[in-house]
Design a protein around this ligand. Sequence first.
Ligand code: CDP
Length: 219
Amino acid sequence: MKKIQIAIDGPAGSGKSTVAKEIANRLNILYLDTGAMYRAVTYIVLSRGQSAQDSEVLKNVVDQIEMELTPNHVFVNGKDISDAIRTPNVSQNVSFVAMDAYVREKMVELQKKIAGDQSVVMDGRDIATHVLPDADFKFFLVASSEERAKRRQSELSQKGYDIPLETLIDEIDKRDKLDSEREVSPLRQADDAIRVDTTKMTIEEVIGFILERIDSEFL
Ligand code: CDP
């Protein structure tokens, strides 16, 4: 198989992670969840009782942590924090961490290093626009905020969190706004990305849509 780089961007709950992970699995290539990296920094800051909006604190944390990512796990300084980074508290604070220029510079550096020269599916907010601007395929997944909140609700309920839909719609709208309006690498569709509205699509349909667009020379 020829080397292939696939960028999948979109807002919270658009289905990026599930789709990206499965595509990487089927193509047998590396999957990198960049959101997990911003979440890991957020978790460390919060677990130290510090503010996610203090750039000095963020710099200290980013300079000190040793991060390791596998398709299903995130380790920081050797500790598996994969579940801890998905709590509502981390979700509510992560967009503040992700708007910090120093944090972004360091995370993007690490993302490029991990991808290196190998085939990869990366998902996030700025993959097609900044991290892999020369990616062979770029997809931008969207869905209505109500549908995205419903997906997040069932995901959280499986983990034992019972959160009202209204609260989640509100949280998703707030995060979309912060992610889209920040100065550094805002969430936006790259000019050459294919937009996929997943509101009425199943995960399998989205995966099929993406795989159909990947030229046979890469498969
Ligand atoms: O899965 P969900 O969309 O809820 O979140 P995520 O993909 O884990 O990303 C969490 C947060 O990290 C986003 O709301 C963004 O603020 C930030 N992020 C980013 O700024 N750039 C990326 N490449 C990935 C995530």
